[in-house]
Design a protein around this ligand. Structure first.
Ligand SMILES: *[C@@H]1O[C@H](CO)[C@@H](O)[C@H](O)[C@H]1NC(C)=O
Ligand SMILES: *[C@@H]1O[C@H](CO)[C@@H](O)[C@H](O)[C@H]1NC(C)=O
Length: 229
């Protein structure tokens, strides 16, 4: 707590800003991503950033163990998930846009919608949607979204796909991933540092082996940490 003049999670933001003078992207008003639950710990604890494609099987498989560690280590661990639509998943941009729409209509529905995408993901793969029109896919995804945000919001959810703000927010998520060197999903950063084995799901034991030493060095085992120098 208070060991650094800047919270560690701002570092990538600073790097992002430095990149702006070269890259022509525009700076979003808010840091990209969806904080999981109440994000009180975000400045003090360990920050996990997850770049997830709602239509990627490895992202889907990575979610249950990550959710388990989040619940277990809360509030010392926070998650910021960034939707990252892989270009070879035809419906992924629409799915990521739906997450942004849900986040606007009912913030507590964002993760439930992500879980619905994981649950019904196979329905939205390239093969099964090959003969469907774009319109039919957007309509189906809006219905799924309304299941999460509340069914009375179905018309608002559909309008969300016309609103240019949700389009640009989804582009920002993608571009932000690009500035961090993300080229697959899931990619995990812990306190701003990329974990090895990017693109694969991590199991519960692996997460524990990453987080436990950080927590020991971050207060609980402070004396040990000092004496080891
Ligand atoms: C798509 O349409 C073609 C031609 O009608 C058909 O042969 C194929 O089975 C359809 N594919 C799916 C996934 O519905
Ligand atoms: C917002 O979403 C949550 C999670 O799906 C749901 O429980 C809640 O009823 C929704 N709120 C409204 C006003 O529909």
């Amino acid at each position: 707590m208070g060991r650094y003049p800047l919270p560690a999670f701002l570092l990538p933001l600073l790097l992002f800003f430095q990149g702006i003078s070269i890259a022509q992207s525009s700076i979003p008003a808010r840091y990209d991503g969806f904080p999981y639950g109440d994000n009180l710990g975000i400045a003090n604890g360990i920050i996990v950033e997850a770049f997830l494609d709602p239509l990627c099987p490895d992202s889907r498989d990575s979610w249950p163990p990550l959710k388990q560690v989040l619940l277990e280590y809360h509030p010392r661990l926070s998650l910021l998930a960034h939707p990252f639509p892989l270009p070879y998943h035809d419906n992924s941009f629409v799915a990521c846009r739906a997450l942004h729409i849900a986040n606007i209509l009912n913030v507590s529905a964002t993760y439930p919608l992500l879980e619905l995408f994981f649950k019904y993901q196979e329905k939205y793969y390239n093969g099964p949607t090959k003969n469907l029109s774009r319109e039919a896919i957007v309509d189906d995804i809006a219905r799924l979204g309304a299941e999460a945000v509340g069914n009375s919001l179905l018309p608002a959810f559909k309008d969300g796909f016309i609103n240019s703000h949700t389009d640009s927010a989804t582009r920002t998520s993608f571009k932000y991933g690009c500035t961090r060197g993300v080229f697959g999903t899931p990619f995990f950063f812990v306190n701003g540092f990329l974990l090895p084995d990017a693109g694969s799901a991590l199991d519960y034991e692996t997460w524990k082996s990453i987080i436990d030493p950080l927590l020991r060095n971050n207060g609980e085992g402070k004396d040990d940490a000092v004496s080891s120098f």
